[in-house]
Design a protein around this ligand. Structure first.
Ligand code: GLA
Length: 409
């Protein structure tokens, strides 16, 4: 008897109408009256530039077509009532004045945290009722938390007439409020990549984000025109950045910067010697020194790869970016040590099945990988990945297609 691996299906993105209908129905069932409106924000994949954001470096994300939807109605008082389709039986109720670091747990911290951060910035933000649903995979390294924060950011911006979402400078301020919500209320020490991607990406483009000054450039990224597709492989190996390795990596980078006497490792990357002298300084013969060298080497080389990737996109050579993706994965696996068995398997299988390049994306320790494939090879790569995971006895991964999509709105 032969066994066959079931064909993997691609996770669909909801249309605006579908997402809006879902949250409107949940809102009506939970709170009775209609909401003031519906807003949504995308998850993201980072094409390259990983673990560079908190070092003042460069990143290159795109927004996914997969979005988080929120139906929201402003209140005149300080009360916040929240319901999520994932836990529809329980409404979270809190008062905005009680929100402070450590007081709100779970997903409500991301939503209420954004309102708190806007208040901290001096905006007159009051309570609200809100219903949430999402087709961004949760815990998959695709920024479901930033999508949630950003959907609330544009919703609160609209109902309070803050007018921040109307231009990129205002969106940068909304992104900063979302980062504060995540760092200070949800307690995850992440950088600003995810929130910038969700609020500042544009359809059809990759966002070149310079995390030293927050400036952005839209770099045209026409996958279909080049006959290419970008597969996202959610390995189902769950990760959390509120605990563990992510914070340790960040702390090592900050220690190294302090030892080198610079505010951020970006300064070292931009030094005339490209950081060679800094690496020699850090190599003090101790095991800790060796770890610092490898972590810093990743950050410096990754910033260089972002520049290389962007230069290829600008010259129209989208199909030439594979080697930079492969090198990024090797550096994250060997120097930064944030990959895992599932990510390595997804990447090596995609490449063996014909991908032009593949790498883990996001913070790592689980989560998702991306693979750039010729459109005609997509099915073969999808099938090879499903088969490899089954063969290794791992949970079946979930795949989706990344198309550079629009920002929170
Ligand atoms: C996570 C964090 C981001 C960034 C990436 C790694 O996604 O939320 O701020 O540090 O990891 O590039």
């Amino acid at each position: 008897m032969s066994t066959t691996t079931p064909a993997a299906t691609l996770r669909p993105a909801w249309s605006h109408d579908e997402g809006a209908a879902r949250v409107r129905a949940l809102f009506a069932a939970t709170f009775g009256d209609p909401p003031d409106g519906v807003w949504s924000a995308p998850g993201r994949v980072n094409l390259i530039g990983e673990h560079t954001d908190y070092n003042g470096g460069l990143c290159l994300p795109i927004a996914l077509p997969h979005r988080t939807f929120v139906a929201l109605r402003a209140r005149d008082d300080d009360t916040v009532r929240l319901v999520s389709a994932q836990e529809a039986s329980s409404v979270v109720t809190l008062t905005l004045s009680s929100v402070a670091p450590g007081t709100v747990t779970g997903w409500a911290g991301y939503a209420a945290g954004v309102a708190w951060a806007l208040q901290q910035d001096g905006f007159d933000v009051r309570g609200f009722d809100a219903a949430v649903d999402s087709c961004v995979p949760y815990g998959a390294g695709l920024s479901s938390s930033a999508a949630l924060e950003s959907a609330f950011a544009v919703a609160l911006d609209a109902v309070h007439g803050l007018a921040l979402a109307s231009d990129d400078a205002g969106r940068a301020r909304l992104a900063a409020a979302c980062v504060r919500a995540e760092n200070e209320i949800a307690g995850a020490p992440t950088g600003g990549l995810d929130q910038a991607a969700s609020l500042r990406c544009q359809a059809g483009a990759a966002l070149l984000l310079d995390c030293r000054d927050g400036s952005v450039e839209q770099v045209p990224f026409d996958l279909a025109g080049a006959g290419l597709a970008l597969l996202v492989i959610d390995t189902k190996a769950e990760h959390s950045h509120a605990t563990g390795g992510y914070g340790a990596r960040r702390a090592t980078c900050e220690d190294a910067a302090a030892l080198l006497g610079v505010p951020l490792l970006r300064s070292v990357a931009d030094a005339p010697d490209g950081g060679t002298g800094a690496l020699a300084t850090l190599a003090d013969g101790t095991p800790e020194g060796d770890v610092r060298v490898r972590r810093v080497r990743h950050v410096l080389s990754e910033i260089g790869r972002v520049r290389q990737f962007v230069a290829l996109l600008r010259s129209g050579a989208v199909d030439q970016v594979g080697p930079a993706m492969d090198a990024s994965h090797a550096s994250l696996r060997d120097d930064y040590e944030v990959s895992c068995q599932e990510l390595d398997l997804a990447v090596s299988t995609a490449r063996a099945a014909g991908a032009l390049g593949a790498r883990m994306t996001g913070g790592g320790f689980g989560g998702s990988a991306i693979a750039l494939v010729r459109a005609g090879a997509q099915d073969a790569v999808v099938a090879a990945i499903a088969a490899a995971f089954a063969e290794a006895g791992l949970r079946a991964p979930e795949l989706l297609l990344a198309l550079p999509s629009g920002p929170a709105a």
